[in-house]
Design a protein around this ligand. Structure first.
Ligand SMILES: *Cc1c(COP(=O)(O)O)cnc(C)c1O
Length: 373
């Protein structure tokens, strides 16, 4: 049997009755689209963040796209972000009609190097899009300062950071709007696709509700400005309501898994060898993925296959090097830290219900391989 970096089946086994009850609740409710479950989830997810507004949408990519559009980003605008992210971050900027502008990341934490953002701002810059990658937040103070001085909007990509905190503030509460994904692997995952945008701004909320509903006001059936069909599915919303009650427990379980890796591997850490993830001062990490580094990454991954362990890389190809984004003009060497780390990073299995014996197997296999490399 192969061990993968993610598996939802142990969790489903434990939560089967609740999930079945969620499905039954929606099917018996008499309303299958934008009903009580979407509304309930929106209220509860906003409440979890201490914010007044949440709009459920169909996935995280469209959450980013609609959030950008709702804060006023459109054709001709530039949005500053990173290339070391899930490609959908950048697909969403393109989908909003804007141009992505990349800054490099920091060697220590793989996150946006906020010291490079000022130089990336032009008269066309409309928004900053920090990605709270792998489960911990980008340094927000420098970004807030730049946004204020240049009149820019901030949209947080929180697809990997549900429940993370930064100097006490929750991810998603530090900008003008924040996008979440509920793709099944995420820290809060649905049983299919889902997404949401949270905001403290009533006007942004109203725009989002139109944008996800063809561009209509719910009641008038008249398109104000053409939008999309990007509604959160009612069944997924009811499942998410149930799982939201357990979100803090999932996060605690992820932290336990991270601590066991730390204990099992820290004596092997060496400069130029294995490096484990770190948590920045002021950050509360939620460990969406557990990303380690080694210069001989490819060889390690290959050798672990013989132990029945299949690892992932988040992400092997920086977005600016992808065929679909070559027209942006970022040649090889333009984001040196991003490009170098893409060749060294790999992810160990990480999910709340990861059985301890599987984790022990991964730790001991990795120790074996590293001893002979
Ligand atoms: C998963 C993810 C997305 C996209 O979410 P989907 O629900 O898959 O569309 C966007 N940004 C980041 C950083 C992600 O990890």
């Amino acid at each position: 049997m192969t061990t993968y970096v993610w598996d939802y089946l142990p969790e489903y086994e434990a939560e089967r009755e609740d999930i079945a009850d969620a499905v039954e609740t929606v099917f018996r409710s008499g309303r299958l689209v934008l009903g009580a479950s979407v509304q309930g989830f929106e209220e509860e997810f906003a409440g979890y963040h201490g914010l007044p507004h949440c709009v459920g949408v169909d996935n995280g990519t469209n959450a980013v796209k609609l959030a950008l559009q709702a804060v006023g980003v459109g054709p001709g605008d530039e949005v500053v972000t990173v290339s070391n992210t899930a490609a959908p971050t950048v697909v969403a900027i393109d989908g909003a009609g804007a141009t992505p502008v990349f800054v490099d990341i920091r060697e220590e934490d793989f996150l946006m190097d906020t010291a490079q953002v000022a130089a990336a701002i032009t008269p066309r810059t409309k928004a900053l899009l920090p990605v709270h990658l792998y489960g911990q937040c980008v340094d927000m103070a420098p970004l807030k300062d730049l946004a204020e001085r240049h009149g820019l909007k901030i949209v947080e990509d929180c697809a990997q950071a549900h429940g993370a905190r930064h100097h006490g503030s929750m991810a998603g509460t530090m900008g003008d709007a924040a996008a979440f994904s509920f793709y099944p692997t995420k820290v809060l995952g649905a049983y299919g696709d889902g997404g949401a945008v949270v905001t403290g701004d009533a006007a942004v909320d109203a725009d989002l509700r139109r944008l996800r509903y063809y561009g209509m006001e719910d009641v008038y059936y008249v398109v104000q400005t053409p939008g999309h069909n990007s509604r959160l599915d009612e069944v997924q919303a009811e499942i998410l309501r149930r799982k939201l009650r357990r979100l803090d427990a999932y996060i605690a379980a992820r932290r336990t898994v991270a601590r066991r890796y730390e204990e099992g591997l820290r004596d092997l850490v060496a400069p130029g060898g294995l490096l484990l993830p770190s948590t920045n001062d002021g950050n509360e990490h939620v460990h969406y993925v557990y990303v380690v580094r080694h210069p001989r990454r490819d060889e390690i991954i290959e050798r672990l296959k013989a132990y029945g362990i299949a690892l992932n890389i988040s992400y092997p190809w920086p977005v600016h090097t992808m065929t679909g984004f070559r027209h942006l003009g970022y040649g090889k060497g333009s984001l040196p830290v991003t490009e170098r780390l893409a060749g060294e990073i790999f992810s160990l299995p990480m999910y709340p219900s990861l059985p301890q014996d599987l984790q022990d197997k991964v730790i001991s296999a990795l120790r074996d391989v590293l001893a002979t490399i």
